[in-house]
Design a protein around this ligand. Structure first.
Ligand code: FAD
Length: 469
């Protein structure tokens, strides 16, 4: 009987344990992608990027004589309908770890098993299953460094290869059309703005990894902190949708380490930060929704999204160049440098005393590398409410950060047109991308800070000192 291969955030064929198992099981394989409860919960940019990824996967499959069947509906019903239509005897998929997917998958597995089907999930989105890393007392890790120590010397399986041509079923089931789904419709800026910055699909992701290892990893340790330099791998976009696997990156990192490339160790550590986020999300799903440290519920967060400071932050008009440059970079490219992410998050949560959820959701609406665990961990880390967080009283000073990480202002000049006679194309592209009603123009005067850096810091620290926890 055929095997249904249910694709989710694993949009590749290489190093795909569920594929591998399906091929070993024998018989035809029916690849399926569902517009289900997991897809429906996505905000605009991640949904749009997922749609592009699914389209690319469909093309890869077609080149191998296969197809990607698209269906809508709650996963269980959609799969049961397909089983009826195709006579499939097995459904295989790659595991997910966020609470919505965990609950969905548990329900699907139980229902399919009750019908006598072979329903199996496989590991691969992570290198270390969240429950497999335990402290000495049997708990989970809440601090990165001991987590890193616990996993760094573990054996990580060698990645699997890419399957050859795939056996099609005798008759293909009907498929919906990806265009009809209009995933990500309603994105604040048009898809055409962000599209040039997308690196799509598994073979592009492999090239990205190769290019990073060939020319960037050596300098990565320092270059990764300088936002004007393209010094990082940019693989978050592809890792988030499984266009590449962490163990493919890990093994490439190990090879670079063997070759004595200086930045390789730091790269491996960053991959483990990703694992750490998933570890925490799986053990404490509230990481996604609530202050991870519950005492922060008592903090006087400002939760009004329509406050003028929040609006200035979202539009890159706070008058703080590092913050504004980073917010504009994300608006246009769907990405933001890690240094920028830390600075804008600190500014929103501390200088503006806004709830981290406001920022987290704005990111979620604009990032093409959105990842549930890394985004929430990044926000709660920045706000001080999260595990292993930077303490609230450590307030990033955006001016000092500029002196340290963008001394010659290459980055801020790249993204902020105001005040420049002939601004670069990136800075101008922002103004083409924003809606007219934002009433911003490149020849406006650059605004004064909406909150003075020193004043904002003082206010945040006072609130912190007067907190009742
Ligand atoms: P590289 O420096 O090349 O690192 C390699 C890989 O390691 C990355 O692709 C990523 O998978 C992982 N990694 C690196 N840094 C981190 C980190 N701090 N936390 C978790 N994993 C990390 N990352 C996302 O993938 N999606 C998000 O939605 C996201 N939101 C963030 C929000 C905030 C407020 C902050 C502070 C950080 C966020 N990050 C997020 C983490 C980090 O900024 C990005 O992973 C990184 O900038 C991606 O660029 P890169 O692929 O070139 O990373």
């Amino acid at each position: 009987t055929p095997t249904i291969l249910w694709f989710r955030r694993d949009l590749r064929l290489s190093d795909h344990p569920a594929w591998d198992a399906a091929l070993r099981r024998g018989g035809p394989v029916i690849p399926v992608f569902l517009r289900d409860e997991g897809v429906k919960m996505l905000r605009t940019a991640p949904a749009w990027r997922l749609g592009l990824g699914a389209g690319a996967l469909a093309e890869t499959l077609e080149a191998k004589g296969s197809r990607l069947i698209l269906r809508s509906g709650p996963a269980r019903e959609a799969l049961e309908a397909l089983i009826e239509e195709t006579g499939a005897g097995a459904v295989y998929w790659m595991r997910a770890y966020d609470p919505v997917s965990v609950e969905r998958d548990r329900g699907v597995k139980e229902a399919l098993k009750a019908r006598g089907l072979d329903a199996q999930s496989f590991a691969g989105h992570l290198m270390f299953e969240p429950w497999s890393v335990e402290t000495k007392t049997g708990g989970f890790y809440k601090v990165f460094t001991p987590f890193w120590r616990a996993v760094k010397d573990r054996e990580v399986d060698t990645p699997l290869g890419t399957p050859g041509d795939l056996a099609p079923p005798g008759r293909w089931p009907e498929s919906e059309a990806l265009e009809d789904w209009a995933l990500g419709a309603g994105m604040r800026r048009g898809a055409e703005v962000v599209r040039p910055y997308v690196t799509l699909g598994e073979s592009a992701a492999q090239s990205r990894l190769g290019a990073f290892m060939a020319s960037k990893v050596e300098e990565y340790g320092d270059a990764r902190d300088i936002p004007s330099v393209d010094g990082t791998s940019n693989l978050s976009e592809n890792l988030s949708l499984g266009e590449i696997t962490p163990r493919q990156c890990w093994h490439a990192g190990l090879r670079a380490l063997d070759e004595g490339k200086a930045g390789a160790q730091t790269f491996l550590q960053e991959l483990v930060w990703r694992e750490f986020g998933y570890h925490l999300m799986w053990h404490t799903p509230r990481l996604l929704y609530d202050n991870w440290r519950e005492e922060w519920d008592a903090f006087p967060w400002n939760e009004d999204r329509r406050r003028k400071e929040v609006i200035a932050w979202t539009r890159g008009r706070t008058g703080i160049p590092f913050v504004d440059a980073a917010m504009r970079e994300m608006y246009v490219t769907g990405r933001m440098h890690n240094r920028g992410r830390m600075i804008v998050a600190s500014y929103l949560c501390k200088h503006l005393m806004c709830h981290w959820k406001i920022g987290m959701e704005w990111f979620e609406d604009h990032l093409i590398d959105w990842d549930p665990a890394s985004n929430s961990l990044g926000w709660q880390w920045s706000a001080g409410s999260g595990p292993d967080a930077t303490p609230y009283f450590r307030v990033f000073n955006p001016e000092t950060q500029l002196d340290r990480f963008d001394k010659d202002r290459t980055y801020v000049n790249r993204w902020i047109a105001e005040g420049q006679d002939s601004p670069p194309q990136e800075a101008r592209s922002y103004f083409h991308a924003i809606p007219e009603r934002w009433a911003m123009a490149p020849d406006d005067a650059y605004p004064d800070p909406i909150v003075d850096a020193r004043e904002g810091r003082k206010r945040a620290l006072e609130a912190y000192e007067n907190r009742d926890f």
